[in-house]
Design a protein around this ligand. Structure first.
Ligand SMILES: [Zn+2]
Length: 259
């Protein structure tokens, strides 16, 4: 007897067609392969995005597509093991990914983004799929969303306390805490501009693409990984999954014919 599943890849084409007949939502997780400190695996962003998407699907009843494991990340390109697509290519591939589902009825997309460098591309993609398929695309990121829902979980790191905690909650056997290091100190770019987890002017963050500041060192940025634990990770992931499951319920209520 086949078990119930919300993973699109586990359905037959007829089951997929049936599902789309009553629910036009697809969840697409997008990750990255890049350094996350000496203690976390290269696939950290991919593992987190895929894990969350599967549970959001289960909880909301929507289908979750397989995680797309590649992203765009110019900052860490000198680290061994990183795979970064060009932004143009990533936009095209994700467009093809989404359009394939849109051609068979998907009209509401939730992109579960595991990597900051993908954010701008997902925004452009939302415009592409809206204009070409009248498909509504939402995209969320755990490290942006969770601090707003739960200020006690500020999620201010890359491969640091919070992201390592998420990995410990998902795949503890892939985290080697004995290799964890404190992040390198912020790089002073000018009297008032510093580059670290974010780039700041007089302490306030602004966006700038900065390359070499973290190369050849620990690889993690922001809150130090020391003390990372499964419990905090589970809290972060639960807050994110719960918000997104609710969001899908609300997206379903939008009458796209009149929008
Ligand atoms: Zn990450």
């Amino acid at each position: 007897m086949k078990r119930k599943t919300h993973l699109a890849a586990e359905l037959s084409w007829t089951e997929f067609e049936e599902h789309m007949g009553h629910d036009d939502v697809i969840i697409i997780p997008v990750g990255m392969l890049e350094e996350h400190g000496r203690h976390n695996p290269l696939g950290t962003d991919t593992f987190i995005a895929g894990y969350c998407a599967a549970l959001i699907g289960e909880r909301s009843g929507a289908l979750a597509a397989p995680v797309f494991p590649y992203g765009y990340g110019p900052e860490g390109k000198k680290f061994p093991g990183q795979v970064s697509l060009s932004p143009q290519l990533l936009r095209k591939i994700l467009y093809a990914y989404g359009a394939s589902y849109a051609k068979h009825g998907a009209r509401r997309f939730l992109f579960v983004n595991g990597h900051g460098g993908n954010a701008g591309i997902l925004r452009m993609l939302a415009g592409d799929l809206w204009h070409d398929y009248h498909a509504l695309c939402a995209s969320t990121e755990w490290w942006q969303l969770v601090p707003q829902i739960k200020p006690e979980l500020p999620c201010n790191d890359h491969g640091g306390f919070y992201e390592t905690s998420c990995m410990l909650a998902i795949k503890p056997d892939l985290v080697d805490m004995s290799r964890a290091q404190d992040p390198v100190p912020d790089t002073i770019l000018s009297e008032n501009i510093r580059a670290g987890y974010t780039v700041t002017y007089k302490g306030e963050p602004f966006f700038a693409a900065v390359d070499d500041y973290r190369l050849g060192r620990a690889g993690n940025l922001g809150a130090p990984p020391r003390g990372a634990n499964e419990g905090i990770g589970a809290d972060v992931l639960e807050a994110y999954i719960d918000y997104n499951a609710g969001l899908i319920g609300e997206l379903r209520k939008i009458d796209l014919k009149t929008r």
